[in-house]
Write a new protein. Structure first.
Length: 139
C-alpha cells in the first residue's frame, strides 16, 4: 500500500472566502500514483474548513449569508472567546458547522465524485497564511 502526504497553502486576502481546491487535490492524487484508495483533505487551522458541495456562486453567497446569521462576526463582545483579545470566535463556530475534513474515494486514479461535487477550502478568519493537509492511501 502507498501513502502520500501533501500540504496546500492559502492566504485568503479577506476575512472569509471559499477556494475551489478540486484540481489541487486531483493533482495530488496524480502525484501519489494511487489508482484505488482514499484521499483525506483537512484544514489544519481551527478557523478554516474543508467541505464538498456544488461549485456555484449563488450557493457560496447563500453559505456566507447563512453562516453570518448563525454566527455573526459582530458584535465581537457577544462571544466569551473574544475576551482573550481575539475577534474570531465566530470563525471557530463557522468552522464547526462547515466541518474539518472530507474523505474521497479514488477509483481508476480519479477522485470519485457524484454529480456537481467539488472540494472547497473555507476560510473564516483570513488575511494570514494557513494550510490544508492531503493524505492519500491505497494501491
Amino acid at each position: 500500500m502507498k501513502s502520500f502526504r501533501k500540504e496546500l497553502w492559502f492566504e485568503v486576502p479577506s476575512r472569509r472566502g471559499f477556494v475551489n481546491i478540486t484540481d489541487d487535490v486531483q493533482n495530488a492524487v496524480d502525484e501519489s500514483g494511487v489508482c484505488e484508495g482514499l484521499c483525506l483533505v483537512n484544514a489544519m487551522h481551527i478557523t478554516a474548513s474543508v467541505f464538498i458541495n456544488d461549485n456555484e456562486r449563488g450557493l457560496h453567497h447563500d453559505y456566507e449569508r447563512w453562516l453570518e446569521q448563525l454566527a455573526p462576526h459582530e458584535p465581537i463582545a457577544q462571544y466569551r472567546h473574544n475576551d482573550t483579545g481575539e475577534d474570531n470566535a465566530d470563525a471557530h463556530l463557522k468552522r464547526q458547522i462547515m466541518g474539518r475534513s472530507v474523505t474521497i474515494a479514488i477509483t481508476d486514479g480519479k477522485l470519485d465524485f457524484g454529480p456537481w461535487e467539488a472540494v472547497f477550502y473555507g476560510e473564516f478568519d483570513g488575511r494570514r497564511r494557513k494550510r490544508a493537509l492531503i493524505k492519500i492511501i491505497g494501491e
